[in-house]
Write a protein that binds this ligand. Structure first.
Ligand code: AMP
Ligand code: MG
Length: 510
């Protein structure tokens, strides 16, 4: 069977197609349709065979109950045993909308639909196409997300076709959904209402309306032994094929850490994916970067999450790193889905200490003709546990000049040379998370800090300061060769200390 795909919009409903969809449902068939949250896989909620078909089409465990969708308020009473006062208040405030309520069920609802439970999950969606289809089907449509169990929920009709195109009769294409995450589920079977699944309607919004509302303990303590009350929340849903890891810290730390992880994995030949945001994507230079939306408007992130996870399944990546989001409002729902997709695999950004991120060392002097290039050359001759890109730059370089002859003479007497090297100017590009900037004197450090108000200037140190010394490196300019010799000795001591410090970082010390 290949599903018939019909397209329509909420403003331009194809009522004839909706009637046909309604007939398919009434006869026990399956129709996928858009809702404001995600696409649903509809079957007649009062027909046990239709519910069984839904489980089979999705490959869903049959202990995972379905949500019954209604499209008129007076359809609620017949399927529930009672409606607590607080549930009435919520229905009035948020229905139609992305809110599901768990209520004690009436005999009208078959056990197959509720996965054997005595309660039923009910939602009144706001999407017009969904509403018309539900009415055309007789008023009660059981509809889980229209994806194969374990894949990200569908936010477009194409996603539904990918997963279920061969398994169902009809797909109604109403374009990309508005919210992109499944409904908030609130349980009313106990004294205090409990959120079993966070969604667009946040805990804060519910508390404002009802007062005391709690989060299901099984959701908060992801790795604890407490079972989530919604059977569906215990499964590792929404899993992408690649291993997804959430990196947690301040945004700046997260970007640093993900950059570093991507860099290291790429060097090992591992294809890496990165989930970044409007605010951060430009900082990633390795890996396949996808922009999930704007932190300024987290609704965009919710809307794009499942699409991006699906897109990564099409790509040849085996590791995905994601930034994390604040756990409040819709961010709570975003993190809940992201953590499930990651199988709760999270790492603190701080495991990569600042020092372990350095890949480049830039030695900065005034003219880049003496102390800076000499320090770089001595550093190149150290035995280092890790490969660094080593450079020197000058704060005042108007045109390329060769290295000072006395400095070169001292180097030569120590079996080194900078023959052919010409001076280069320091630029803003040298300021980045991977680069450690070491200036020869305090003056150059101050100049960088005042001239480049960049977020990366905290990688700028004087060489003396970084190595824990106090005495500044002398400037031999205009003095006899012996002064250059003394300067060389001083720099050598500092560079040996520098190598020791950097080697201790890569060993995981400090
Ligand atoms: P989905 O159909 O994919 O949106 O998932 C429906 C979610 O609602 C699953 O996590 C179910 O476990 C949950 N659910 C449905 N009915 C009940 C119920 N009666 N009690 C608790 N959770 C329910
Ligand atoms: Mg689902």
């Amino acid at each position: 069977m290949k599903a018939e795909v019909v397209s329509m919009t909420a403003d331009n409903l194809d009522m004839e197609a909706i009637r046909r969809g309604g007939d398919i449902l009434k006869q026990g068939g399956l129709v996928a349709f858009p809702t404001e949250t995600v696409y649903g896989l509809g079957g007649d909620a009062l027909n046990p065979q239709a519910s069984m078909k839904i489980y089979a089409a999705k490959g869903r465990p049959s202990d995972n109950p379905l949500i019954v969708h209604i499209a008129e308020f007076d359809k609620l009473a017949p399927i529930v045993a009672e409606v607590p006062e607080k549930a009435k208040i919520l229905a009035e405030k948020y229905w139609p909308g992305p809110l599901t309520m768990i209520l004690p069920k009436s005999d009208l609802v078959p056990q197959e639909t509720t996965g054997g439970l005595d309660s039923v999950a009910v939602r009144f969606p706001s999407d017009r196409i969904a509403q018309e289809l539900i009415k055309a089907a007789g008023g009660y449509v059981a509809a889980p997300s229209a994806n194969t169990s374990g894949r990200p929920s569908p936010t477009t009709a194409q996603h539904v076709e990918e997963d279920l195109g061969e398994a169902i009769e009809m797909i109604i294409d109403g374009g990309q959904v508005g919210i992109g995450l499944e409904s908030t589920i609130v349980d009313f079977t106990e004294d205090v209402p409990v959120v079993l699944r966070p969604g667009y309607i946040s805990l804060e919004m519910l508390q404002e309306t009802l007062g005391d509302v709690r989060m299901d303990k099984g959701l908060i303590a992801a790795d604890s032994k407490v079972r989530p009350k919604a059977p569906g929340m215990k499964y590792r849903h929404y899993a992408p094929k690649a291993k997804l890891t959430i990196v947690e810290g301040s945004l700046k730390e997260e970007v640093f850490a993900i950059r570093q992880l991507a860099y290291e994995k790429s060097r090992q030949g591992v294809q890496v994916g990165i989930i970044g945001t409007n605010e951060t994507v430009e900082f990633y230079t390795h890996g396949l970067v996808k922009n999930i939306g704007s932190r300024e408007n987290e609704k965009t992130i919710a809307r794009n999450l499942y699409r991006i996870l699906r897109e990564f399944d099409e790509e040849d990546v085996s590791e995905i790193y994601s930034e994390s989001f604040a756990i409040q409002g819709i961010g709570n729902a975003i993190m809940n889905r992201l953590e499930k997709a990651a199988g709760h695999c999270r790492i603190p950004a701080s495991v990569l200490t600042k020092e372990q991120k350095y890949r480049k060392i830039v030695f900065v002097s005034n003219t880049d003709t003496c102390r800076g290039p000499v320090a770089a050359e001595i550093f190149r001759h150290q035995s280092l546990d890790q490969e660094y890109w080593i450079e020197s730059k000058g704060m005042v370089v108007l045109f390329p000049e060769p290295v000072n002859q006395k400095a070169e003479a001292i180097l030569k007497s120590n079996q080194m040379t900078l023959e052919g090297y010409t001076s280069r100017p320091f630029t803003e590009k040298n300021l980045n998370p991977e680069t450690l900037i070491l200036t020869m004197a305090q003056a150059q450090k101050e100049k960088i800090l005042s001239e480049y108000p960049s977020e990366y200037t905290d990688n700028v140190y004087t060489l003396t300061e970084f190595t824990g010394e106090t005495e500044e490196i002398p400037d031999p300019y205009g003095q006899p060769l012996t002064a250059y010799g003394e300067c060389y000795e001083k720099i050598t001591l500092l560079i040996e200390k520098l190598a020791e410090i950097l080697n201790s970082f890569t060993k995981g010390g400090q």
